[in-house]
Design a protein around this ligand. Structure first.
Ligand code: BT5
Length: 262
């Protein structure tokens, strides 16, 4: 897309996973800025081995290859900038405000999930080209643009949990317009990842859009869980939770689920 670093956009009718594709491209030395977009994924990935569902031709399934100059403890910001750009795009195209549920979901006003973000890094990959040598982080996002058209389209396990932009606004939505607006907005956000001031700007934006702050949450880690009030995000984008045993800072990569607490 002109005026941005995202000039190499690769379109696929069908592919297993746009994240898998870009990780392999990154390992072969692809530069930052390559974008992969699919009409359909046969093995769309969620976090922790989960799957991402979308029938052919309905939704946005897109990944971007980034090589930001990011301190290791701030890698969550790479995923956050894609979530923020998607929120901005939906706002620009439809005038619709989505919330970010930490760490990686975009929700409609009724709390149903409209999009999910998956960031995958390969710190052992060979260096990229001279201009962008940093280790690759591939950030993928699936946005439910036109599917489901109604709850009857959903598999039973997603009824009440998933929704599309089309359902929310009550008419078909132009996928390309959302993609263009997202890549356009992503340009300055990705540039921000390379500077201290820029990273503070992005984590401030994330905090202002994060609906998790202020809620009572149950945080599920791989080996334990606890409940408390999510009170803040750190500048690195980690979640601060006040629980009965004190203040805990939760790192996105350690989280299995964040759910409403009981
Ligand atoms: C995510 O994982 O939400 C990350 C999804 C990332 C998908 C994009 S598409 C382009 C790129 N290429 C890939 O291969 N992946 C990325 P997680 O938080 O683990 O959520 C997955 C869970 O969400 C599933 O276990 C389902 O319960 C639910 N789910 C699956 N498909 C959904 C959909 N279309 N809408 C809402 N929820 C869905």
């Amino acid at each position: 897309m002109s005026g941005t670093r995202f000039t190499d956009i690769r379109w696929f009718g069908s592919i297993d996973s746009t994240n898998r594709y870009l990780l392999d491209e990154a390992r072969a030395g692809a530069p930052a800025g390559v974008v992969a977009v699919a009409d359909h994924q046969s093995a769309g990935r969620g976090r922790l081995g989960r799957t991402w569902e979308a029938p052919p031709g309905s939704n946005l399934l897109v990944s971007v290859l980034l090589r930001p100059d990011l301190p290791p403890d701030q890698r969550h910001l790479a995923s956050a900038v894609v979530a923020l750009a998607a929120v901005g795009a939906v706002d620009a195209v439809l005038g619709l405000g989505l919330a970010i549920k930490w760490p990686n979901d975009l929700l409609g006003a009724d709390g149903r999930k409209v999009a999910g973000v998956l960031a995958e890094a390969d710190l052992a990959a060979p260096a990229g080209p001279v201009a962008t040598p940093g280790p690759p982080i591939v950030v993928g996002i699936g946005i439910n643009v036109n599917w489901p058209a109604g709850d009857e389209d959903l598999p039973p396990e997603l009824v009440g949990l998933a929704a599309s932009l089309r359902q929310i606004v009550g008419r078909p939505v132009d996928r390309d317009a959302v993609l263009d607006a997202m890549l356009f907005g992503l340009e300055h956000r990705v540039a921000d990842l390379d500077t201290v001031a820029g990273r503070i700007r992005q984590s401030d934006d994330l905090r202002s859009r994060c609906s998790t702050i202020g809620s009572w949450v149950r945080v599920e880690l791989s080996d334990r869980w606890f409940e408390g009030t999510a009170t803040d995000l750190t500048p690195e984008g980690h979640l601060v939770v006040e629980s009965a045993t004190g203040t805990q800072t939760v790192i996105a990569g350690d989280v299995v689920h964040v759910r409403p607490g009981s």
